[in-house]
Structure formats: C-alpha cells, structure tokens
Design a protein around this ligand. Structure first.
Ligand SMILES: *Cc1c(COP(=O)(O)O)cnc(C)c1O
Length: 395
C-alpha cells in the first residue's frame, strides 16, 4: 500500500496545530493606510511592509488607473512573447538608474526573482553560501538549482569564510539579505565584500527591506554601505514593500541581465506583470527617490518607538530599520500577545517557527511613514498594558 498523501498532509497540519504553529490567513475587509477593517472592527496595523506609505499614494493609483483604462489589466503574455510593454522597459531603466547598475530585469515576485537568479547562475556541483536567516526564497533557489547549500550563523562573515574554505576550487555564490526581514538588522556587507573579493566568489544581496528605506535617495543598503555594482554584482529587490506595489527585479551588468533573460526560467516561462502595475511602480520609484521626507518621517517614528519601548523595558532588538521585533521566545506567548494587542485595537503579527528559529517567536512590529506619532504612542500604551499583565503588576 502506498502512503495516502492527503492523510499525511492532514497529520502534519494537526501536529502544527498542537504546537501553536498553525497559520491562517486573516481576511481584511478594507484597508486604508495603516488602518485595517475586519468585520465591524477597525484595527491600527503595525504589520505591513509599506514602509514609505506609498501603497495608497494618489499619484501611484493615478498611474495605475491611466494605463489600465488605456490598455486593460493583463499583459497577456510573457516578456519574451509580446508581454513586454513600454512601461516595463521604462521601469527597468528607472530601477537600473536608481540602483546604479547597467540594467535591470523585472520578475513577477521576489520569490520568483531569487529562484531565477539561482537557476541562471548556479548548477550541480556549485557552492552557494548563505546566511542562516536568509529569506526562504534564497534558500529554496539554491536547492532548486541543484547547488550545494552551506549556511553560516547569522551575520558571521568569519563563519562564511570557513564554509567557503571547506569547499575550495569550484564556482561559488554568496547570497545574503541586505536587511533581515524578521530581525531588522543589516548584513555585514563590507566584510562579505572583502571575503568575496579575496576568494573570487560572486556576491548577491537581496535588498527587499532596504530599497527605498536606506541609503542616499533610498537606493538601498548597498549604497548606504558605500558599495556599488563592482562590489555587489548581483542585486535583487522587491517592489511590494517600500515601493507599495508588487513584483521584483534583479539589477546588475548587461552580461548578468542578458544571461538571466536566457536562463532564468521564472522569467522566461511566466506572464509579464500587468502593464498598469509597471506604470504605478514607476511613479512609486520617482516618489521614493525624491520625497526624502518619507525616510525622515520613518526615522522619527522608529526613534520614538525605540525610546518608548526602552523606557518600558521591552525586549528590543538591535535594529534601527522599520522592522522592530519584540522577542518573546515561546510560540504560545507570542500568539497570546498578538491576541491581547488585537483586543486593544492593534494588529501586529506573531511570527513563529519555522519562519524564525525555535524558541525565537516574536511580535514583528513594522513602522510606516503613513503612521502618526499618536499611533506609535497607542502601540506603546498597549504594549505597556500587556507587560503589566504578564508580570502580574497592577494596571
Ligand atoms: C518579501 C521578500 C521576498 C519575496 O518577495 P515577494 O515579492 O513577496 O515574493 C524575497 N526576499 C526577501 C528578503 C523578502 O523580504
């Protein structure tokens, strides 16, 4: 008798439920800025990646509508068939210019972009060295490409060097998040650049949480570190976070982009993103580059939150980015905290294993330029109430 696959899946789901690790999508009935409506409740959200508050920006919406009205919604084909429109080309040029690279290539999502880069660059027998806390799509990409994956302890360039030394000789890619999505800290880019240069290794940075937020004119964590295309030849970033739209891109030399156009299957064999989305994203890029007040506003909110949380003695992480996790440890405790905050009108996500390592469940608080000072104060008040309840102190 063969194993029944659906029964096996059901058993695994039951195990997750029993371990307080079941995941379930919440249906948001309506979203506006940081406000989310679920049924008849209006909640203040600290869980989106809309760091610059561009998702609901009128100019971004207008660009989307103009092109949708003009030529419809779907791009109707893959880029290499007839789906590649003027708006896609203009967006690729703008992204290359912003990040200081020769060219850029659009992908439908960040997940697909990372799979595509790995498919293009790596093959069986190659080595891919990655930070343990890298995004799942980078780890999956290396596996899909058939490369040998070696992971080093978070942020530890010396350990990365040891992984490389353990497999000398062959072709190797070192891939890291620029800003880590669940922790908010940065990769040691300058150390990794020095290591890659010494060892002849290609460096790839996934800057999903850095683009728009860090560096001069929001050009990202590589530019912030004073590095460029020569030091980091492969840059990937997403459009669904600080830019407030959807999709992703890879930027680098003309050689890289020409090669990915041939060999990144997640680029070749998929429908191009909607043209209107490319137009909306182009508007978002312009705003992200020029409206410095959004980054200044964000920095002020981050400082306000951290000062308040420190005063309350909360377990703050070493992060000065909009990702401000509060480490609670136990999955059940993180869930209970998220529920208690929701009862006070706030939506914050509890992040549990396997997204984070066992014993490191947390509240992942994210801030946005769309938040106001009083929103942060409300969050701090709610966290104070929660802390008092947990320690059993009188309210
Ligand atoms: C969100 C994210 C991705 C995936 O991007 P999507 O466009 O959401 O598929 C990849 N890498 C990192 C670091 C991310 O944070």
């Amino acid at each position: 008798m063969r194993t029944d696959l659906l029964q096996r899946l059901a058993a695994r789901t039951r195990e997750r439920t029993q371990a307080d690790l079941l995941r379930r999508a919440r249906t948001i009935d309506h979203a506006q800025g940081p406000w989310l409506e679920i049924g008849d409740r209006r909640l203040l959200g600290f869980c989106s990646n809309d760091y610059l508050g561009l998702a609901g920006n009128p100019q971004v919406i207008a660009a989307f509508k103009r092109v949708a009205d003009d030529e419809g919604v779907g791009s109707t084909a893959a880029h290499l068939v007839c789906g590649h429109r003027r708006e896609h080309a203009m967006l690729e040029e703008a992204l290359a210019d912003w990040t200081g690279r020769e060219r850029a290539l659009l992908f439908s999502t960040g997940y697909m972009a990372n799979l595509g880069v790995m498919q293009g660059l790596l093959g069986r027998g190659d080595l891919c060295v990655q930070d343990k806390l890298n995004h799942a799509s980078l780890l999956d990409g290396a596996a899909l490409a058939g490369a040998t994956l070696r992971r080093y302890p978070h942020g530890d360039a010396t350990a990365a060097a040891r992984q490389l030394a353990g497999m000398p000789g062959g072709a190797a890619l070192l891939a890291t998040d620029g800003v880590f999505g669940m922790d908010g800290d940065r990769a040691p880019l300058r150390d990794l650049v020095a290591l890659c240069r010494r060892e002849g290794v290609t460096l790839m940075v996934d800057d999903a949480h850095g683009l728009g937020v860090l560096g001069p004119a929001g050009a990202g964590s590589i530019a912030e570190a004073g590095l460029g295309a020569r030091e980091v030849p492969v840059l990937m970033a997403t459009l669904g976070k600080a830019l407030g739209t959807h999709g992703a891109f890879v930027a680098g030399s003309a050689t890289l982009i020409e090669g990915l156009t041939q060999f990144a299957r997640t680029y070749v064999y998929t429908t191009a993103m909607p043209t209107a989305l490319a137009a909306a994203t182009l508007a978002a890029v312009h705003l992200a580059r020029t409206e410095h007040w959004r980054r200044e506003r964000l920095a002020a909110l981050i400082a306000r939150f951290r000062a308040g949380a420190r005063q309350l003695g909360l377990p703050l992480a070493a992060s000065d980015t909009p990702i401000q996790p509060l480490l609670l440890g136990d999955a059940a405790r993180a869930l209970a905290a998220a529920r208690a905050l929701e009862a006070q009108g706030l939506l914050v996500s509890a992040i549990r294993p396997p997204t984070v390592p066992a014993g490191q469940a947390r509240l992942r608080i994210t801030l946005s330029a769309a938040h106001e000072d009083e929103h942060v104060d409300r969050l701090l008040d709610a966290l104070a109430t929660l802390a008092r309840r947990e320690t059993g102190a009188p309210a």
